[in-house]
Design a protein around this ligand. Structure first.
Ligand SMILES: Cc1cc2nc3c(=O)[nH]c(=O)nc-3n(C[C@H](O)[C@H](O)[C@H](O)COP(=O)(O)OP(=O)(O)OC[C@H]3O[C@@H](n4cnc5c(N)ncnc54)[C@H](O)[C@@H]3O)c2cc1C
Length: 462
């Protein structure tokens, strides 16, 4: 039977869910409060280039690669230059060692050579293969731990503070001492359960560096591809204000007045609006959604004179990361014209600066001009770049990046078990299932599958 389903939220999660649901033969209406689709995936024209001002690259692996194939987009992919990144602690700039990923060290030798650790720090990190498993590594252990604490236990605090924090903390705009290993870095959690030593485990499984990709027209190409050729009924600028039970169905009240009944609803939106919509249905069981923290961030697209950029040796890298302890406003910079072949130009080099960490208020309080001024100043100090930007444009992302902190999975279990008591209601997205396009693609697909299964069960029960 064809069911009518509402998907609330037109970010990557909602679009993937909507696509899967129409593919299964259901009638889908997608509600998006903003005037465009994509949510945190947004490509803007900047000096004639398609520049991503939200999510900037996609990790090409597993379900992503499959989806891109299905959409016929694989041939258009552009791969990021295989260069290196810097870590800048506010004083000194060092190469991010090759053996260092968001989930901790995979090789020791490049880390030893990088000079990032003191002799004592290196000695402590080198002990990792000899250490017994920590309590959370035991199979079946369901104790959660922060990524920072876990890496600290295995490799010592210097590895957490000097290497994991700039990579993972910057990626999540989060506090590595609060980000949950199981929720924020499920791959690290799985690896930690499989292997007593992370280093020996990495050596056994080999190293294939991740491949990051985009499109010449930016990541909005993926957004446009997801609904192309489908008959999803898209309602832009139509925020859903309330969901009410209506017999065995749901009544959606959108944009203040528009009311329609649906057999099922997928909520693919951030936790704050989800809480507003779910509290009347789930009562106290929706409350954990109100405790999930977020970070407000800003990105700044910058163009620099090409000859000045060419004479700056630091811009040979793809970018720069800063640890929280540096106290800088800039948490990362991507050297777009080095990283992406399609963003090179004879007259100007493109860069993208990012700011904002959880609990920090500077991004929200500084006006655009000061935000740009301070970050550009830090960029000059970090790289030795001379001159001034030809052009700069600020893009703000208030309360955008969800913090999957210790206890996240337990909170979510309360909400999801209450949802399971209601017919055909699903919750999916970065705020619940993990930051990043890859996690959201998987979450959108899972949300749609849950809905399809529930609708089939309801049909059988009739
Ligand atoms: C600056 C920045 C850089 C990033 N860089 C990367 C990167 O390089 N690679 C990567 O993989 N990930 C990156 N991410 C993370 C990634 O973009 C997000 O995790 C992902 O896009 C979130 O998708 P989503 O669909 O879950 O949520 P969102 O994109 O937030 O979509 C939710 C949608 O719901 C809508 N909505 C809210 N309330 C309502 C309502 N009441 N009714 C209807 N609609 C509503 C919103 O307008 C929004 O469009 C970045 C994020 C940011 C902000």
């Amino acid at each position: 039977m064809q069911a009518s389903i509402a998907v609330i939220g037109g970010g990557i999660t909602g679009l993937v869910a909507a696509r899967r649901l129409v593919g299964a033969g259901h009638a889908v209406t997608l509600y998006e409060s903003g005037g465009r689709l994509g949510g945190q995936v947004r490509t803007e024209q900047f000096l004639g280039h398609a520049v991503d001002v939200g999510a900037e690259s996609l990790h090409l692996a597993g379900p992503n690669a499959q989806l891109l194939d299905e959409l016929g987009l694989t041939d258009q992919l552009v791969t990021a230059e295989a260069s290196f990144a810097w870590i800048w602690d506010g004083v000194k700039r060092r190469r991010l060692p090759a053996g260092m990923g968001p989930a901790g060290p995979t090789r020791m030798w490049p880390i030893v050579r990088s000079g990032a650790l003191s002799p004592l720090g290196m000695a402590r990190a080198g002990l990792e293969p000899l250490l017994p498993p920590t309590p959370e590594q035991h199979v079946g252990a369901d104790t959660d731990v922060s990524v920072g604490a876990f890496i600290g236990r295995r490799f010592g605090d210097q590895v957490t503070d000097r290497l994991v924090d700039p990579v993972l903390g910057s990626l999540h705009s989060g506090d590595v001492h609060r980000l949950s290993m199981r929720a924020a870095t499920p791959m690290l959690a799985a690896k930690a359960t499989r292997n007593r030593s992370l280093l020996l485990g990495s050596a056994r499984s080999g190293h294939s560096p991740p491949s990051f990709v985009t499109f010449p027209g930016g990541l909005s190409t993926l957004i446009e591809g997801l609904l192309a050729g489908t008959d999803v009924d898209v309602r832009l600028a139509t925020p859903v204000d309330a969901i009410e039970p209506s017999g065995s169905r749901y009544r959606l009240i959108a944009a203040g007045a528009d009311q329609r009944d649906f057999d099922g609803v997928v909520l693919a939106l951030p936790a704050a609006p989800a809480l507003g919509l779910l509290q009347p249905l789930l009562g106290e069981d929706a409350a954990p959604l109100g405790t999930l923290r977020t970070a407000s961030v800003a990105t700044v697209a910058v163009a620099w004179d090409a000859s000045e950029a060419a004479s700056c040796e630091a811009l040979r890298a793809t970018g720069i990361l800063t640890p929280a302890k540096a106290g800088t406003l800039m948490k990362a910079a991507t050297f777009l014209s080095t990283k992406w072949p399609h963003l090179r130009h004879p007259d100007h080099a493109l860069l993208r600066l990012s700011a904002g960490r959880v609990g920090e208020h500077r991004v929200a309080s500084l006006p655009d001009e000061q935000l740009v001024g301070q970050m550009v100043d830090e960029l000059r100090r970090a790289t030795g770049l001379t001159g001034v930007p030809i052009q700069a444009q600020v893009y703000r992302w208030p309360h955008a990046l969800p913090q999957l902190e210790v206890g996240h999975l337990e909170k979510l279990a309360v909400v999801r078990s209450a949802l399971a008591q209601r017919p055909a209601l699903a919750l999916a997205g970065a705020a619940y299932d993990g930051l990043g396009i890859s996690s959201c693609i998987a979450a959108g697909q899972r949300g749609a599958e849950t809905m399809i299964d529930q609708l089939a069960l309801n049909e059988e029960a009739r």
